[in-house]
Design a protein around this ligand. Structure first.
Ligand SMILES: [Zn+2]
Length: 375
């Protein structure tokens, strides 16, 4: 009897320890890794400034504003629409920490689906964090999040998602921010985030929206500009100018029947020109092996190497993997060239930036050279 009593106490103690450790691990993801605003940042607002019902929720998030000394056009840059695609979030962070504006204003939301940064995709075995070393020896740590909003913020999903455009989507897509546009101000939290971003586009008279993503190397739409039909000429000109710099990128027109995505819904529901950028990310693909922090940052994976040898991939891939600095360099450079193209087409709505990190410098010096130490 006494032995069973001891076993019971030990069992309860082990359960309490496991629950406490899991709880601390889970809630550690609720704290935002710092972003250090660079000299070009003139204001930091919150998404709830454009939709007050988001205030106090895990979906409220910073909007960094880089206002130029001269008025011009307005750019909205979205990172972290899908937090399991770290290249998009980091490209946005690099812009915030380095770039200034000479003409026009840039609004940057690096963690667009903030709630989705506070957990991981179930059953994917992804790391919670990854780090980048800075030249002076310190590290910057970032969250590797989920494609979908945290169920703590929004649960349960409906069986069928009745999209505001009248089409129907699978129920779980209501927690995928990039299916929730143009959003509903009184909808579930993911729809409200989309509605708040739409409010920014309309109230701040955004001319150009660029949404930064990553996709798996076996998916045909990677290393690509996906463009709303209004932005076709802009995308073609950007592709030609990127090719001249030795950066190959393909073009994909946004399909009219694919609802809820930024390039479709912001393009249809505002005057803005909208593009979405994709680069290849082996850490989110289905062919990958163990999903480690190293895979997130280097993209080196023996199964992807074999798939590449077998001709199964849509991205160039060899022993060097697909490192995060290459993915971020592609995004940052595409944004710079996109703006060069924009300024040629719309000189009365010019957006001119300075100190945009250069492609070769990101590759040779690493991402750490463009991130600020956290004091
Ligand atoms: Zn994505």
């Amino acid at each position: 009897m006494k032995k069973r009593y001891v076993q019971f106490i030990v069992f309860i103690a082990v359960v309490v320890v496991i629950v406490l450790l899991s709880g601390f691990s889970f809630t550690s993801m609720w704290k935002d890794p710092p972003i250090v605003p660079g000299p070009g940042v003139t204001e930091i607002k919150m998404l709830s400034d454009w939709l007050p019902s988001l205030a106090g929720t895990k979906s409220d998030t910073e909007v960094y504003i880089i206002r130029g000394s001269q008025p011009g056009g307005n750019l909205l840059l979205l990172g972290g629409n899908h937090p399991n695609e770290p290249g998009g979030m980091l490209a946005a962070v690099l812009m915030i920490e380095n770039v200034s504006s000479l003409v026009g204003t840039v609004y940057i939301i690096p963690r667009a689906n903030h709630s989705a940064f506070t957990h991981n995709d179930p059953m994917e075995g992804a790391p919670q964090f990854f780090s980048i070393e800075l030249p002076e020896g310190s590290k910057r740590t970032f969250r590797f999040g989920s494609r979908r909003t945290n169920p703590v913020s929004q649960w349960p999903d409906p069986t069928i998602y009745n999209h505001p455009t009248g089409s129907t989507l699978g129920g779980s897509e209501i927690s995928n921010l990039n299916r929730a546009f143009p959003g509903r101000e009184d909808g579930l939290i993911t729809e409200r985030v989309a509605a708040a971003i739409m409010n920014i586009v309309k109230q701040e008279k955004i001319d150009l929206v660029c949404d930064l993503h990553e996709s798996s190397p076996e998916y045909p739409v990677n290393n690509a500009i996906v463009f709303h039909q209004k932005a076709a000429e802009l995308a073609i000109m950007t592709q030609m100018m990127l090719e001249m710099e030795g950066v190959n990128i393909r073009l994909e027109e946004s399909p009219p029947s694919l609802r809820g995505l930024t390039h479709r819904e912001i393009g249809d529901n505002s005057d803005a020109y909208v593009v979405l950028l994709e680069v290849a990310n082996p850490s989110q693909g289905r062919l990958r092996g163990k999903t480690t922090e190293e895979l997130v940052t280097t993209g080196v994976d023996k199964y992807y190497l074999q798939a590449s040898k077998d001709g199964k991939l849509f991205a160039p891939y060899d022993e060097t993997g697909y490192p995060l600095e290459l993915r971020v360099a592609r995004h940052v450079t595409t944004v710079r060239v996109l703006l060069d193209s924009w300024n040629m087409m719309f000189p009365d709505r010019m957006i001119m930036l300075s100190d945009v990190p250069a492609y070769n410098a990101i590759l040779s010096d690493g991402l750490g050279a463009f991130l600020k130490p956290v004091s």
